[in-house]
Design a protein around this ligand. Structure first.
Ligand SMILES: Cc1cc2nc3c(=O)[nH]c(=O)nc-3n(C[C@H](O)[C@H](O)[C@H](O)COP(=O)(O)OP(=O)(O)OC[C@H]3O[C@@H](n4cnc5c(N)ncnc54)[C@H](O)[C@@H]3O)c2cc1C
Length: 460
């Protein structure tokens, strides 16, 4: 149902007619995000271009108690930007300017709709490096990355989005604009509010500017792929690499199902006669890279890898890395519905978790491909299913419950990077416990007393 005409008229006044969508045909693309089996029509979609417009929209939503769901590119995998019924979707993709690149302080100031790739490219053009690289980086926005505290393939060595946010501008529900953080390397004045907004999934405020930390570009990089006859062997290689005190920038794995789907999709020439592939990248000073690559190669061979391929040049490195980057898209071709999760455990528990995922797939007779950030203990068990098959979807739900229960039991978490949103809301209380849930609820109430921001997400 469209929003009240009075509210729509005010929105049109603030952002112009062309930036307010109301017809069902226009709204459908905004009725879902990257999460499978979730769809809900919004009341309208509004594109803002400035902080002042965002503030006016939030003031209006607050005064009229209109639910508001902030949206970047809608690639989220936990239903974070899924509209609530008849809500106002506030889309930030037109706030897409890189405002400043400060070479003296190694920072970049951007609007929230700039894509992750644009940031990485702009940093690279200045001879600098912005490491967070979610698989969706070609289209995901920095606003979405910050709101989800997104990770990527380089998380093991370089950390996640949080490690590169120095400050931000946020609009609060009543329309007040707040700046938190700055270009100082050190700053302990007051609570670190920026850290509260990172990973807040659009529930505490709307991020309208982000000040990012850049680092020097690594001078060299080496990429290699090793195949293993058993998944345990690949996990053993990861443990041995870390135990040797090597922290590669990438340590990713693909299981048999994922390898076959990727090869059918991207025709990279991957070895098919194996149970697991490890993608390894080390970067930094050329001498250190050469030494670490040689050590990693030796570790893999000593553990008995079947085959090890070292990229000869940048083109081959990109091709090998694309095996991992294509994993989700390749699996998504196999069945009508792809449900991807991101249970995460301490690295030492990874082999147990992988075995459990395999056992659960057998127990519930489900098709599953698993890949992920092995060095981070971050798994992406991906169920290949069909949401029209209610009985199978029930088995998928039961399988996920077992996976999340085991992740918690092993000292892990229900989500390593995709967020809670709607998809994992029911698992949060068990993971977080009463005290954390109470504090989170009180914080949310303090910042958004009228409960207009992303209602029903993360927790009620
Ligand atoms: C193929 C594929 C690969 C992916 N790979 C990864 C990966 O490697 N690592 C990873 O972490 N994630 C990954 N994701 C998930 C997703 O891309 C990330 O969560 C990403 O950060 C979402 O960005 P977005 O712009 O699409 O945000 P959206 O999906 O539009 O929104 C995500 C959340 O952020 C909130 N939000 C968005 N903008 C703002 C803002 N300006 N202010 C306040 N809140 C805001 C929304 O309300 C919502 O809760 C992947 C997704 C896909 C489809």
């Amino acid at each position: 149902m469209p929003l009240a005409e009075k509210i729509l008229a005010e929105l049109r006044r603030v952002v112009g007619d062309e930036n307010v969508l109301v017809t069902p045909e226009d709204l459908i693309p905004y009725s879902f995000d990257g999460t499978a089996a979730l769809q809900q029509m919004p009341g309208c979609v509004v594109f803002a271009r400035t902080t002042e417009q965002v503030a006016s929209i939030l003031r209006l939503a607050n005064d009229t108690k209109t639910p508001i769901v902030t949206r970047g590119s809608g690639t989220g995998l936990s239903g974070g930007s899924l509209p609530s019924p008849d809500c106002l979707v506030l889309c930030t993709v037109k706030m897409d300017k890189i405002l400043e690149l400060d070479r003296a302080n190694l920072t970049m100031l951007v609007e929230p709709g700039v894509t992750t790739l644009q940031i990485a490219d702009a940093a690279a053009a200045a001879g600098l490096f912005y490491p967070p690289d979610p698989g969706s980086m070609k289209i995901s926005t920095i606003g979405g990355n910050v709101a989800e505290n997104s990770g990527g393939l380089r998380g093991l060595k370089y950390g996640v989005t949080r490690n590169y946010v120095m400050g931000m501008e946020v609009v609060l529900p009543g329309g007040e604009v707040l700046w938190t953080g700055n270009k100082c390397v050190k700053d302990v004045a007051g609570y670190s509010l920026k850290d509260l907004f990172i990973g807040s999934e659009g529930t505490l405020g709307v991020i309208t500017k982000v000040l990012l930390r850049l680092i020097p570009k690594p001078q060299a990089k080496k990429t290699m792929v090793a195949s293993f006859a058993q998944m345990d062997r690949a996990a053993e290689a990861v443990s041995a690499i870390i135990a040797a005190q090597i922290i590669p920038c990438t340590l990713e794995f693909l299981d048999r199902m994922t390898i076959h789907c990727v090869e059918a999709y991207a025709k990279i020439g991957l070895p098919l006669d194996c149970e697991a592939l490890l993608l390894m990248e080390t970067d930094g000073h050329p001498a250190a890279v050469a030494e670490e690559a040689a050590q990693m190669e030796k570790i893999c061979r000593d553990i008995g890898c079947l085959e090890l391929r070292v990229a000869k040049d940048e083109a081959e490195a990109t091709k090998l890395a694309s095996a991992r980057r294509a994993a989700f898209s390749a699996l998504a071709r196999v069945s009508p519905t792809t449900i991807l999760e991101d249970a995460t455990v301490p690295r030492s528990e990874l082999a147990k978790m992988i075995r459990l995922v395999e056992a659960v797939a057998k127990k519930y007779n489900l098709k599953i491909g698993t890949f992920g950030h092995m060095g981070d203990g971050n798994l992406h068990p991906t169920f290949l299913t069909d949401e029209r098959n209610k009985e199978e979807m029930h088995r998928v739900e039961e399988a996920f419950k077992e996976i999340f229960d085991e992740a918690i039991r092993l000292g892990g978490t229900i989500t390593g990077e995709h967020g809670v949103g709607l998809a994992k809301k029911s698992f949060l209380p068990k993971f977080a416990g009463n005290a954390q849930m109470r504090v989170m609820r009180e914080l949310r109430r303090a910042l958004d007393p009228r409960a207009i921001l992303n209602p029903g997400k993360m927790f009620d």
